[in-house]
Design a protein around this ligand. Structure first.
Ligand SMILES: Cc1cc2nc3c(=O)[nH]c(=O)nc-3n(C[C@H](O)[C@H](O)[C@H](O)COP(=O)(O)OP(=O)(O)OC[C@H]3O[C@@H](n4cnc5c(N)ncnc54)[C@H](O)[C@@H]3O)c2cc1C
Length: 309
């Protein structure tokens, strides 16, 4: 565990090298659930050199590194995250023909908009998915019949040791909300997507329809991380939660959404409330239907009051 002075010294050193760094940054500011205690060091490197420097300094100081994107699929516990939290801020994008190459920090919704503007189809499914391109690849994010794997061509990244690595689609082993990086960590820096020529008007029409469906069905006015549980084979978590009578079930300030039972929402609670509610939902669904729901949301950090080891 670093002392306050050590954290401040490391932050100053990273800042001097051009990596924006904040000490004890509350993670609720960086998650769509608006939950989570402080990160010891919160860094936003804007290029590969910055990422390599963060990794080197973390290694020298013996700090764990946690990678985050836009935090739209993250549940950060109330005690926060020890060590260095890194959010890639590689945000440039270019289009050549039907190929889009973008930094992993780019917002997925912005890329969908740019693709539409360039009359390129393939990303309309992604226009309403919050989050970064890096997070979307890691999660193989998808909606309304499309998934990142449909457009993924290749990616560049850095290993946790800072070595460069190139990946093509064959390396990714994409599956439902899964890619190989979930088992073999890698920091994605740039991603290349293969899109198709299309009609801007038609693409925008699909995007409009998808937005309408989201607004009708999802509790977009409340903090959430989207679907809390993965879709079980041949069924939907939302349907199972609903048939178990759990719509609106609350624990402290965490609640099963009244509007969409697949979403657990934050109405002013803590991460501990949210985790307890997840457990309650999991147990009831298992008891009553025999289905063992698995979380889709990634849980990171430590409980409040947990002692560093
Ligand atoms: C209202 C709402 C609606 C949603 N709808 C959908 C939907 O329709 N479909 C869907 O699939 N998801 C949906 N989600 C979930 C979420 O938006 C996606 O999972 C998204 O792709 C996560 O991206 P992120 O940048 O926020 O990643 P984060 O949540 O910050 O991180 C998720 C994981 O990605 C990893 N990661 C992030 N950046 C990188 C990188 N550069 N390199 C390697 N790994 C990285 C992190 O380490 C972490 O394990 C929704 C969420 C909300 C709040």
């Amino acid at each position: 565990m670093l002392t306050e002075t050590q954290r401040a010294d490391l932050a100053r050193e990273l800042e001097r090298a051009g990596v924006p760094t904040i000490v004890d940054e509350p993670m609720y500011r960086h998650t769509s659930l608006r939950l989570g205690g402080p990160a010891d060091l919160f860094c936003t490197p804007g290029d590969e050199k910055g990422i390599q420097l963060c990794l080197k300094m973390a290694k020298e100081a013996g700090l764990p590194v946690t990678l985050v994107g836009q935090g739209s699929n993250l549940l950060v516990k109330d005690g926060g995250i020890r060590g260095l939290v890194m959010k890639c801020a590689i945000n440039s994008m270019e289009i050549r023909g039907n190929i889009m190459e973008a930094g992993s920090g780019c917002l997925l919704s912005k890329l969908a908009e740019e693709a539409a503007k360039a009359s390129l189809s393939g990303l309309a499914f992604a226009s309403g998915i919050p989050g970064s391109l890096g997070g979307a690849v890691y999660m193989n994010a998808g909606a309304y019949g499309g998934e990142i794997r449909d457009v993924f061509l290749r990616a560049s990244g850095l290993t946790m040791e800072g070595d460069k690595k190139e990946l093509d689609a064959g390396d990714m082993q994409f599956d439902y909300r899964y890619c190989a990086l979930q088992d073999h960590p890698l920091i994605l820096t740039r991603i290349t997507l293969a899109l198709h020529e299309g009609s801007e008007a038609e693409i925008r029409e699909v995007m409009r329809e998808n937005t309408k469906k989201r607004q009708e069905k999802q509790p977009l006015n409340l903090p959430s991380a989207g679907s809390t549980f993965r879709r079980p084979r041949g069924d939907f978590a939302a349907r199972l939660i609903d048939v178990c009578g759990l719509r609106g079930l609350a624990c402290g300030g965490a609640q099963v959404s009244e509007k969409h039972t697949g979403f657990l929402v934050n109405r002013g609670g803590t991460a501990a409330d949210f985790l307890t509610l997840m457990d309650m939902v999991h147990s009831r669904v298992l008891q009553e239907t025999g289905v063992d729901l698995k979380p889709e949301v990634r849980i990171v950090g430590e409980d409040a009051g947990e002692q560093p080891t």
